[in-house]
Design a protein around this ligand. Structure first.
Ligand SMILES: NC(=O)c1ccc[n+]([C@@H]2O[C@H](COP(=O)([O-])OP(=O)(O)OC[C@H]3O[C@@H](n4cnc5c(N)ncnc54)[C@H](OP(=O)(O)O)[C@@H]3O)[C@@H](O)[C@H]2O)c1
Length: 381
């Protein structure tokens, strides 16, 4: 823990008590950090709620001091200050986050689907309740893009975010690039390494990155975007021949999430698709389950950020950072952002129509787009 955060916590008289809901990959990694030899001073894990609590109980150091339960009500009625939601999915997670805020708890969640769909009303509720709802882990795993956009770059007028937001798909595509193998072989490798779920549809077809992009649109541009309005193109059709063609053009292929907002026209272009990126770009250098983003503002120009986009231990860092932010000042209330609805929302075609003259659709439903991302040129394949 940093000197700065220890300093803040010293001024708190009581430890911040934490309850975790969902003891899976991320929840158990957070629990291990809070109870292990690398424990976080000033933060105490007191409750774990999981539907298979009995089977999972007993695996943490000091477990006997922790209340294990299958009932969320046990956490809502307890004296925990912060509930960490790592169950995933929209239902029942969204309802549980609402119930936790209504019970006077602050909430830290890693759940992009809930924040993309219900984030705004939940943030309003949190601020009405005088509590905090934090979600750094919901976008980019350990890559602190939520904080970068909402705090570090709050003084700019952001225009564009281009990012690799799905670690699973990046692991698959960068494996194809490195070995020349098929997408199926690369996916099987990612599943063996624990980077990919048995059903990788949300990752490969772009739904996961689209939910994260909707969150970034709210943070970066102050606009509310229905995830379903973000055009997505699957990477499932990408072949080793596409990689050969990209290589001949001096690039490689990555799944990009692209959002660009024209503040004057209230026009948003947002899409997720496989794209050709130049070999020397930050995106081409992003391999395995890493994430990366280039954020462009009117005043600061381009800011790049990258980091581990998935994995329990890496994601736990983002969750614990949010817990620490709450522990430092439990009385702090974060005002909910006021979001507007864009007048126009475009996808790939709108992006291309408004783009440069070399943008052109190719045969076979594949699209090529010359996308100027500041220092970088990317093409959608
Ligand atoms: N994994 C990552 O690298 C990563 C990175 C960033 C963000 N996230 C986000 O973090 C969240 C958790 O992901 P994860 O990978 O940790 O998922 P996971 O491994 O499937 O963990 C979810 C846990 O919640 C439990 N659970 C599910 N439904 C429940 C219910 N109704 N009541 C009580 N417990 C329930 C599951 O129990 P069972 O063991 O019985 O299934 C499991 O232990 C998701 O929102 C995900 O998008 C994950």
């Amino acid at each position: 823990m940093s000197l700065a955060s220890s300093f803040h916590l010293v001024s708190n008289t009581s430890s911040c008590r934490v309850g975790i809901v969902g003891f899976g990959t991320v929840g158990s990694a957070v629990a291990r950090r809070l109870t292990g030899c690398d424990a976080v001073p000033g933060v105490t894990l007191s409750h774990v709620c999981d539907r298979r609590a009995a089977a999972k109980q007993g695996c943490l150091p000091g477990d006997t001091a922790i209340t294990w339960t299958t009932e969320i009500e046990d956490l809502l009625r307890s004296d925990v200050d912060v509930i960490v939601e790592t169950v995933g999915g929209v239902d029942p997670a969204a309802g549980w986050i609402r119930d936790a805020l209504l019970a006077g708890k602050s909430v830290v969640t890693a759940n992009k689907q809930v924040i993309a769909r219900e984030g705004q009303p939940l943030l309003v509720l949190a601020s009405r309740q005088g509590r905090q709802l934090r979600f750094e882990a919901a976008v980019g795993g350990a890559m602190p893009i939520v904080r970068a956009i909402s705090d570090g770059l709050a003084g700019d007028r952001l225009r564009r975010v281009v990012a690799i937001l799905n670690g699973t798909t990046n692991a698959v595509l960068s494996r194809m690039e490195a070995t020349g193998c098929s997408l199926d072989a690369a996916l099987a490798d990612a599943q063996r390494r624990g980077y990919a779920e048995a059903d990788p549809s949300l990752d490969l077809d772009g739904g996961d990155a689209a939910a994260k992009l909707a969150i970034l649109c709210a943070l970066a541009f102050g606009v509310r975007v229905d995830v379903a309005r973000i055009e997505t193109q699957s990477v499932r059709t990408v072949t080793s021949e596409d990689f050969d063609a990209a290589r001949r053009q001096g690039g490689t292929i990555r799944q990009l999430a692209h959002a660009e907002y024209d503040h004057e026209r209230a026009a948003l272009v947002a899409w997720v698709a496989p794209a050709v990126v130049p070999r020397g770009s930050v995106f081409a250098r992003t391999v395995g389950p890493q994430n990366a983003a280039v954020i462009s503002g009117a005043h600061a120009g381009e800011v790049s950020i990258s980091g581990a986009g998935a994995g329990g231990d890496a994601t736990a860092v983002a969750v614990i950072s949010d817990i620490l932010a709450i522990a430092r000042d439990r009385a702090a209330v974060m005002p909910a952002p006021v979001l507007t609805t864009p007048r126009v929302i475009g996808g790939l075609v709108a992006g291309l129509a408004g783009g440069r003259s070399e943008d052109r659709p190719l045969q076979g439903g594949v699209v090529e787009a010359g996308l100027q991302t500041g220092l970088e040129i990317a093409e959608v394949v």
